[in-house]
Design a protein around this ligand. Structure first.
Ligand code: PEP
Ligand code: CO
Length: 464
């Protein structure tokens, strides 16, 4: 991972802030640990463990995000809704990396800008829930809040929050990180060759010809560069990969917040790029308090209930000095709401001249339940929200600088539709998520191709 080329904008340590100052504010979505001594012991252990990422990687990513704000890069952020301890395995990790790399190649080639690759992995273990408890057949237990807190099985023992799980999550994150770094350093070369991609789905799409042309031209470009240079493309521009997760469980994040030699301020060293979820983004809340003091680039989910003035107060709190690369706003409105909700937010940020990176999460505003009891999302809605996002930004004179997706490299059946037109019946075949439905390998690649297609349409000069 590269070092930054340009010195970053100087900013100041926020006043009255410490890694623990969030504790004076209302903290939503926190588990209640039954044993405070066990909690303190686990946090003490976490404070002594080595970090998962470094401050120079974090600073390099901030510079890349600053470039993305200016349209010089595009951000691809994606991965599971929640990682699970059980799926911390070679296949799951390498397939997820593979689909993200293949998508990024489609985007680099089609958008003609470098892509910043950020995984939702190596720490995406804590989940916000709509209720604290869950009742089944008259039995009420605490809700499942992600593997870093409790287990999904519906027994009292599994659902009690266990602080040792934080140590396990840290270890699993380190293993994931280690494997990702090794795969990338080793080249993971075949991914750059479209002939190794699984593209059988393309034939099922009404856009098959267009997709075939896109893939063929990526292959030609890769071969052309290799012929010119005599080296393999993966060695030419070694890929950078960064990690992100929702920094929801504040005691864990606090224990990973450190000062480092020759740098001022505090870094969250459990991930490069933490984000605040929609349910914990209150201005006066504990999460905003924690995030305002760390030097990482940060993101906030912005849902349909956020008003323009509330958004500006959040921007002021999180990036008071308008530092480049510091703040990403992830809008997640839903296909039905984006046209009515987003333009006012784009206008106010543009009018006030604030520097943010806008990206679109077309997943979380489009979740629904099927008659057969599955939580799902329709590919048509995901696509529609994304396409509307590109159009609304173009109309507002702002820039959609990236996307945030829930996806997996596995052949799951969790989202409906896509080229193979998955139906409600298909959901029964391979539904594996314990939380939100993810795009599968084919659907994720298709989304990358649709982004390129949409961007090309918007760039086309209007015929007189
Ligand atoms: C998520 O990204 O998994 C999530 C819970 O999103 P949001 O906060 O936007 O609902
Ligand atoms: Co989710």
């Amino acid at each position: 991972m590269a070092t930054p080329t340009v010195p970053l904008h100087p900013v100041h340590l926020p006043k009255d802030w410490s890694p623990a100052s969030w504790r004076t504010r209302p903290a939503l979505q926190m588990p209640t640990y039954p044993d405070p001594i066990a909690l303190e012991t686990a946090l003490g252990e976490l404070r002594a463990l080595p970090p998962l990422v470094t401050s120079w990687e974090i600073i390099a990513l901030k510079q890349h995000l600053a470039d993305a704000q200016e349209g010089k890069r595009f951000l691809l952020q994606g991965g599971d809704c929640a990682e699970s301890f059980a799926e911390c395995s070679s296949d799951v990790i390498s397939n997820r990396l593979k689909v993200l790399l293949q998508m990024s190649l489609v985007l680099v080639h089609g958008l003609r800008v470098p892509v910043v690759r950020v995984g939702r992995f190596a720490g995406q273990y804590a989940k916000p829930r709509s209720t604290d408890d869950e009742t089944r057949n008259g039995v009420t237990l605490p809700s499942y809040r992600g593997d870093i807190i409790n287990a999904p099985e519906f027994t009292e023992e599994d659902r009690v929050p266990d602080p040792r799980r934080m140590i396990k999550a840290h270890a699993r994150s380190a293993m994931t990180m280690n494997f990702v770094r090794a795969l990338i350093d080793g080249g993971f070369a075949d991914l750059h060759h479209p002939e190794y991609w699984d593209l059988r789905w393309v034939g099922h799409s009404s856009l098959a010809d267009e997709y075939h042309r896109m893939v063929a031209s990526i292959g030609d470009a890769v071969r052309f560069m290799e012929t010119l240079s005599g080296a393999q493309v993966h060695n030419l521009n070694r890929v950078d990969f960064y990690t992100s997760h929702e920094a929801l469980l504040l005691p864990y994040e606090e224990a990973q917040t450190r000062q480092v030699p020759r740098q001022w301020g505090w870094f969250n060293l459990s991930t490069h790029f933490p984000w605040i979820g929609m349910r914990t983004a209150a201005l006066e809340g504990a999460h905003v308090e924690y995030f305002r003091g760390i030097r990482n680039p940060i993101a906030v989910k912005v849902g349909p209930s956020v008003a323009p003035d509330a958004l500006m107060r959040l921007v002021d709190a999180l990036n008071p000095e308008d530092e480049p690369g510091r703040l990403t706003l992830i809008h997640r409105m839903g296909a039905a709401n984006i046209a009515s909700k987003l333009p006012a937010l784009l206008d106010v940020v543009r009018r006030e001249g604030r520097r943010v990176l806008w990206i679109c999460d077309p997943m979380h505003g489009n979740t629904e339940s099927t008659a057969n009891g599955f939580k799902t999302r329709r590919f048509t809605n995901i696509r529609s929200e994304l396409e509307q996002a590109f159009e609304l930004h173009a109309a507002a004179g702002t820039r959609l600088g990236g996307v945030h997706l829930e996806l997996t490299g596995e052949d799951v059946t969790e989202c409906l539709g896509g080229a193979r037109e998955l139906t409600e019946r298909d959901l029964e075949r391979a539904y594996r998520s314990t939380v939100d439905p993810r795009l599968n390998y084919e659907q994720a690649l298709e989304i990358a191709m649709l982004i390129v297609r949409k961007q090309a349409q918007l760039m086309k000069p209007v015929q007189a």
